[in-house]
Design a binder for this molecule. Structure first.
Ligand code: 6R9
Length: 659
């Protein structure tokens, strides 16, 4: 981006919070004033939500930026905070996890049972020679043992590194080696799309390349045949036989809790490091504030996978530290039928639902009549995370799932931020479809131009965070220089100017509307430069999705001899749309005109490809980089984080038949 990002769309709809919800809300409007008056005191108050073995001496040490220390000198145990203290307070019989396996098997785990499992697993890890500071790789399906494994590591001070259960041998081996992990915790497999899907063979191959691994702990989930090596131990022969007595020891507030790798667009994956006290403070606070969690009555469900940061912060650490009752689901949303999600909401009377735009758009594509067949009246707050949510998908979510009653919280954050940073508060904010609205209390977000100057309302540019926050990443594992270069060297003091503070560069484009609400516009690497205008992928995609024939869209800028870059769109038509022959040609023309009419002629795509699928990561983000390779007729770059590699063949085949 040379200057600022064009602001092409406008939105006038607005939805105030329901009156009763606003009156009963955990967090009210005064939280913003309180945090603005004294940000550090505000976060210290939130840290009091946790049980500390030793209180901190200093709230924030920022004397060596950008390396932050929060709650300096404090000591606590994360697992104690997520499990033991609820049992000690007499809530041992409360359900922690309603687990739903894909084939329909279920487990109900109370906090007392969770304490037993975590204690047994902690004892087993200790027996296997794992101690504080050691790294443990976790490569699991969505079963309760995944959460138990994470909590057991936290309990003994081992640093976990969860790797998505769908990643390849290479991806797993690279992550094991980068962190020098001593143990892998895995399973024989998990259920996906109605079938057992094996995990153990991938682990076997990765471990063969990774001399640091001493043991492999294997949960039996599917019962499928597995090869057995000298390093393997069954979970049911170790953990389930271990003593359920384990006393949690407190660790320093800055003790490393986990590493989670993000791929980024180039280079080797970055091991994002999170620590203890600040991370738990902010995940716990935001889970309570953003979802208005009432632990006694709410049933919460986050549909993310544990291998994504959303699973770490909003399945494991946030909800459990708050003593929530939650649903955890193993499988895919269309197994056995496309109504599985709504069946689960109805069955468990889910009141707080947290999911991703990619799923919402998929549900839109499948049709309104599917959710319409279910009683969704238990729902109270709906959340979205992972990508910008197009206004059209937001409205569909509100009308068809929230039945025009429930607030939507569009939560912007990253693996690096650890917890939600920008989001409405459900009892306070009048929301706008497609906007994450404003920074949460205690957070300072801004949109700046390339000189780090705040853009006026109505302007667009780069999203930045101006002040350190408790759950911020502490570094990139083993690479402090890359940490500084990637996040702190674009603007402010990190870029060498002495008169500006340290400014965190998020890598996202954003704009402020006339009221100062923030609209996320996609990764800055994806911004298209068309005839001298910086155009965001998000705005063009949202314009396409607002056409009744379109289910999903992804746009990229492809090199063009006249305009520098030209907009190329990949569009999935809705199920009932005729795309054969002339009808397809006509749709193509209509869609290009629709975008020109909605956003202006500058945003009119040069070319539209009708495709059956889009390439996505396992967390549902569209991989525009691969589409750009297709649009520019190059061979494909790194596809290791692609959810389904057959998709690219479908798209390339489609290219030959459409203009
Ligand atoms: C939590 C998570 C981070 C990137 C982030 C941004 C995109 C996430 C968003 C959103 C617009 C939202 N993103 N939430 N964009 N609106 N509500 O997704 O972490 O996997 O590290 O991805 O996702 O581009 O920079 P992570």
């Amino acid at each position: 981006m040379s200057e600022t990002l064009a602001n092409l769309s406008s939105e006038t709809r607005q939805f105030p919070p329901p009156e009763q919800l606003a009156a009963d809300a955990n967090v009210k409007a005064d939280a913003y004033d309180e945090a603005a008056a004294d940000r550090l005191a505000f976060w210290a108050k939130q840290a009091e939500r946790l049980t500390w073995a030793k209180k901190w001496e200093q709230i924030l040490d920022w004397s060596n930026p950008p390396f932050a220390k929060w709650f300096v000198g404090g000591e606590l145990n994360i697992a104690y905070n997520c499990v033991d203290r609820h049992v000690e307070a007499g809530r041992g019989d409360k359900v922690a996890i309603h687990w739903e396996g894909e084939p329909g098997d279920t487990r109900t785990i109370t906090y007392a049972e969770l304490l037993k499992l975590v204690s047994q697993a902690a004892n087993t890890l200790t027996d296997l020679g794992i101690g504080a500071g050691d790294r443990v790789a976790i490569y699991m399906p969505m079963i309760p043992e995944a959460a138990v494994a994470m909590l057991a590591c936290a309990r003994i001070g081992a640093t976990h590194s969860v790797v998505f259960g769908g990643f390849s041998v290479d991806a797993l081996a690279t992550r094991i080696k980068d962190a020098d992990a001593k143990l892998v915790i895995t399973a024989d497999g998990g259920y996906r799309r109605g079938k057992p899907s094996a995990l153990k063979p991938t682990v076997d191959e990765a471990v063969a390349q990774s001399p640091s691994i001493e043991n492999v702990l294997v949960v039996r989930r599917t019962g499928q045949e597995v090869a057995w090596t000298g390093k393997d131990k069954w979970w049911h022969e170790t953990v389930e036989q271990a003593s359920p007595e384990h006393k949690a020891q407190a660790f320093d507030s800055e003790h490393p809790l986990f590493i989670l790798y993000t791929s980024g667009t180039t280079g080797k994956p970055k091991g994002i490091l999170h620590t203890t006290g600040g991370y738990l403070t902010q995940t716990s606070y935001t889970h309570n504030a953003v979802f208005d969690l009432k632990p006694e009555t709410d049933v919460y469900w986050c549909t993310a996978d544990i291998g994504w940061v959303t699973g770490h912060s909003y399945i494991v650490y946030g909800p459990l530290s708050n003593g929530a009752t939650q649903v955890m689901y193993e499988g895919t949303p269309d197994t056995p039928g496309r109504d599985r999600f709504w069946q689960i909401v109805d069955k468990y009377k889910v009141s707080l639902l947290y999911t991703a735009p990619t799923l919402i758009r998929t549900m839109m594509k499948w049709g309104d009549d599917i959710p319409a067949g279910y009683d969704l009246s238990s729902l109270r707050v709906l959340g979205s995370v992972g990508e910008p949510i197009n206004p059209e998908a937001w409205m569909w979510y509100r009308e068809n799932i929230g039945r025009n009653r429930t607030p939507i919280v569009d939560t912007w954050w990253q693996t690096e931020t650890g917890a939600v940073m920008i989001s409405p508060l459900p009892g306070v904010t009048a929301t706008k479809p497609g906007s994450a609205m404003t920074a949460l209390p205690g957070i300072t977000a801004d949109v700046v131009d390339d000189q780090a100057q705040s853009v006026p309302n109505g302007g667009g540019g780069f999203l930045v965070l101006r002040d350190p926050w408790p759950s911020m990443l502490r570094t990139i594992w083993g690479d402090d220089k890359r940490f500084i270069d990637t996040y702190w060297s674009r603007f402010g003091a990190g870029a060498g100017s002495s008169d500006e503070g340290w400014i965190y560069f998020a890598g996202d484009g954003a704009k402020k509307d006339d009221d100062g609400a923030i609209w996320l516009l996609g990764r800055v690497d994806d911004v298209m430069l068309v005839s001298g205008h910086n155009i965001s992928t998000t705005e063009v995609e949202s314009a396409l999705v607002s056409h009744p024939s379109v289910a999903e869209a992804a746009v990229v800028g492809a090199t063009d001899p006249t305009t520098g870059q030209a907009i190329v769109a990949f569009v999935i038509p809705r199920g009932n749309v005729d795309t054969s022959g002339d009808a397809g040609e006509q749709l193509n023309v209509d869609l290009r005109n629709h975008v020109a009419k909605t956003l202006g002629p500058i945003a009119k795509p040069r070319q539209i490809m009708l495709v059956p699928e889009l390439p996505k990561t396992r967390s549902g983000k569209i991989m525009r980089r691969l589409l750009k390779d297709v649009a520019e007729h190059r061979s494909l770059g790194d596809v290791t984080t692609l959810q389904d590699s057959a998709v690219m063949d479908l798209i390339s085949a489609g290219m030959k038949t459409t203009k």
